[in-house]
Design a protein around this ligand. Sequence first.
Ligand code: SF4
Ligand code: SF4
Length: 124
Amino acid sequence: MPCGSCTACCRDTVVLLPNEGDDLSQYEHVELAGPGPDHAYALRRNEDGACVYLGPKGCTIWDRAPFLCRFFDCRKFFLNRTRQERRDLVRRGLASAEVFKAAGRLLKQERTSSPATSTNGTTV
Ligand code: SF4
Ligand code: SF4
């Protein structure tokens, strides 16, 4: 991901995924309240909302960051939802407006910096 200096998703809930290899014992975490009987956990956040592992220069544990941190792509998260779905997620507190804004900025940069290509890959 070409995140640059963006840390928007480090200020959002990052769910830990044991099924994807996240070892809960390796992370400061909290249990998330949910409607079902299954337990869900997320990285602990500071009072300002930032992940406890976010330092002045970015992630302090990148070499062992959880699955979602390593594989989350805000551009896909944005593109796979309609505008209404994005609004609903933000309104319900299930996604961060800042993450969608970051995705929008990146997608706009990509559109303006690369020549348009046709579906067979040739430049048009
Ligand atoms: S919101 Fe997007 S650009 Fe920003 S840190 Fe997360 S993945 Fe990177
Ligand atoms: S572990 Fe690192 S990449 Fe993941 S949310 Fe925390 S600071 Fe960001």
